[in-house]
Design a protein around this ligand. Structure first.
Ligand SMILES: Nc1nc2c(ncn2[C@@H]2O[C@H](COP(=O)(O)OP(=O)(O)O)[C@@H](O)[C@H]2O)c(=O)[nH]1
Ligand SMILES: [Mg+2]
Length: 328
């Protein structure tokens, strides 16, 4: 440090050295730099300090990749619903997502293979349900962003391993979720109203049900459970009940498919509109186009109506598979 600095520069330097927070350091360093006389003898010092200042400034900015928006845990919903595949390590979450979707998450027989969520689309007849493979639920490190992802999802597929201690895996996982204020919809009645809880539909998948012996284990597991859980025994390895799993997920999402029929033409049965169960003709019209919603005069329904092509009102409740002709 050159000794020929004016006293105010030396004082500013002292303040800079004493500063603790990054913001203070930046402010004091800026002041220090401004008090140094500009001449050849101080060129190097000023260049050094400016470099230090820009380093401090960049370290105080939030890192680009670390922003919430870019987080791998922020996954836009796609298709008819978003289901998160969660559970303890090594139960076969990744294997199930690989077997059911176009995604190829890494599957391995050691825990914590999966670090970031991986989405994939699971076709169920003519709709697609988004499945998200996730890192394991872990008591030693509860990842807040994973909990947020679960909270935002439309369905939890909780996977347990029938060849390991499935009963405790289920109990532990449910307890861990509950500590994070995430409660399965089917247990809603047990909680007094007014608590800040998020209720999410849940389906328990007892995986590794590869053969008849494992099926017997599943019966024991089922009997051990005091409560009624929505349960399905599956095997990612042999494919057992994977087709049933798709429909069970569809059911739990409480959705239905409605087909639009233009007047005088056949409906397009390959691309349904997906609505919540119990939606009305009016809600269907809104989904098709705002104009239909505003100007809807009448509608004809095939499927759940008493007779084919029946004229119905705006408040007529639709059912999965209905074909609807909207008239404006
Ligand atoms: N026998 C059997 N093994 C499976 C099944 N599903 C997954 N595994 C095996 O279990 C281990 C863990 O699988 P993985 O999908 O990585 O589990 P994750 O940690 O829950 O994602 C791997 O060795 C898989 O091959 C299954 O249905 N039956
Ligand atoms: Mg995995």
């Amino acid at each position: 440090m050159p000794t020929n600095l004016p006293p105010e520069a030396l004082e500013a330097e002292q303040r800079y050295r004493a500063a603790r927070s990054v913001a203070d350091k930046i402010a004091c360093l800026e002041e220090f730099i401004s008090t140094i006389p500009k001449h050849k003898g101080t060129d190097k010092l000023r260049a050094d300090l400016r470099r230090r200042l820009s380093k401090l400034k960049s370290s105080s900015q939030p890192r680009k990749g670390a922003s919430k928006r870019d987080s791998p845990f922020r996954i836009d919903k796609e298709g008819a619903g978003q289901a998160v595949v969660v559970g303890p390590p090594n139960v076969g979450k990744s294997a199930l997502v690989a077997a059911l979707t176009n995604a190829a998450p890494e599957v391995a027989d050691y825990p914590f293979t999966t670090w970031t969520p991986t989405p994939g689309m699971m076709p169920v007849e003519n709709v697609q349900i988004q499945l998200i493979d996730t890192p394991p639920l872990n008591r030693d490190f509860v990842e807040p962003e994973l909990m947020d992802l679960i909270r935002r999802s439309d369905l939890i597929l909780l996977v347990v391993d029938l060849q390991s201690d499935a009963f405790h895996q289920l109990e532990d996982s449910i307890a861990l979720l509950q500590e994070q204020r995430i409660v399965p919809c089917c247990k809603k009645d047990r909680y007094p109203q007014g608590q800040r809880l998020t209720f999410v539909p849940l389906l328990v998948l007892a995986n590794k049900c590869d053969d008849e012996d494992a099926c017997k284990d599943f019966e024991i597991f089922r009997q051990l459970l005091e409560d009624d859980w929505p349960l399905l025994h599956v095997s990612a390895a042999t494919g057992r009940n994977l087709e049933d799993l798709k429909w069970a997920a569809f059911e739990r999402l409480e959705i239905m498919r409605i087909y639009a029929k233009p007047p005088g033409a056949e409906p397009d049965l390959s691309t349904p509109f997906v609505l919540c169960k119990g939606s009305t003709v009016e809600e269907f019209a809104r989904k098709v186009h705002q104009d239909f919603f505003e100007n809807l005069k009448a509608a004809r329904v095939w499927g759940s109506a008493t007779y084919a092509g029946q004229m119905v009102q705006r408040d007529h409740v639709l059912h999965d598979g209905d074909v609807v002709e909207l008239r404006i």
